[in-house]
Design a protein around this ligand. Sequence first.
Ligand SMILES: Nc1ncnc2c1ncn2[C@@H]1O[C@H](COP(=O)(O)OP(=O)(O)OP(=O)(O)O)[C@@H](O)[C@H]1O
Ligand SMILES: [Mg+2]
Length: 356
Amino acid sequence: MTPRLELKNICKEFAGRQVVSDLSLSVAPGQVTCLLGPSGCGKSTTLRIIAGVEHQTSGEIWVDGKLISGDDVRVPPEGRSIGLMFQDFALFPHLSVAQNVAFGLTGSKADNTPRVGELLERVGLSGFDDKYPHELSGGEQQRVALARALAPRPKIMLMDEPFSGLDDRLRDGIRDQTLSVLKEAGTAVLLVTHEPHEAMRMADEIALMRGGRIVQQGNPYNLYNAPVDKEAAAFFSDINVIRGQSNGALTDTPFGQFLTPGHADGGAVEIVIRPQHLKIDFDRSGHGPNPTPQDGTPARAVVTRARFMGRESLVEFRMESDGSYLKATVPAVFLPNEGTTLWLTMRRDRCFVFPA
Ligand SMILES: Nc1ncnc2c1ncn2[C@@H]1O[C@H](COP(=O)(O)OP(=O)(O)OP(=O)(O)O)[C@@H](O)[C@H]1O
Ligand SMILES: [Mg+2]
């Protein structure tokens, strides 16, 4: 299938500094792709280039197999059939809800009325036609902005942190509603966020960016469970890092030996595990659970801090072996006392091994 939106090797320099580097990706109709990354990594710049308000230094943009922006082609923003929804989406304060939604439509008022009504119904705001923006809550305004962006039936929707001004409860509802409206319309969506949970909740595909480049791209499950490096792992949750030295494809740690093939002999190795994958066991008169191939060797650690967080507890440990600290999250029914000695194991299939 021809992608709805395709970026080929996009580069952008500002005053000699490269802020987007060789960025390529494609988005199919009805697909949601998230650009996820820390502040300043080039997410908004990428969206502005696609929208046509900024021009790339090199590279091409294709829509439905047609070149719309390249060295010799530059379709202006209004000719790109791209809808925009940004964090500071401003509704026109002097226009009613219906007039705001109809703003990008070309027909007469009578022609547009059914479309406006249909859109307001889709975003759950039937009957709000004659209200003015100041009479609406933040979430209602956001839904009007969505209806306005959808009205001209854009092929592509670019969204830049569109939900960040909303409180958590409202945000989840509006996010899900927005998604279903966009999917139903077959719109290709490129959504910018720096929140991994928002990306995982919304995206079919995540493009993880760092320093102007895509460092990893795939579905949320793959990014979470097979990160390309320590930073990619750390972007989605807290992590624990155990350091060791590779010795003949093996690395010794307080949790037993790890197979670390492909790492240079004597090279420093980092073993990364998320807090929810550390297993905790009680002290059974001086020895912990028996070592197994799946869990490796247990290691003793003292609880230095335990916090009840509602659904889970966050427990911090100091390892007896080397005094290093590890974090574990466990179901909240378990809240050990500080000073308790417990045994930790690391499920081997939940560990990521990277060169240090
Ligand atoms: N018009 C400009 N002139 C010069 N530098 C710019 C311009 N626009 C953006 N930059 C720089 O390009 C880099 C990327 O900016 P961009 O706005 O794309 O980041 P971002 O990933 O959207 O960050 P955030 O999450 O904070 O919104 C930043 O270092 C920024 O200072
Ligand atoms: Mg930005």
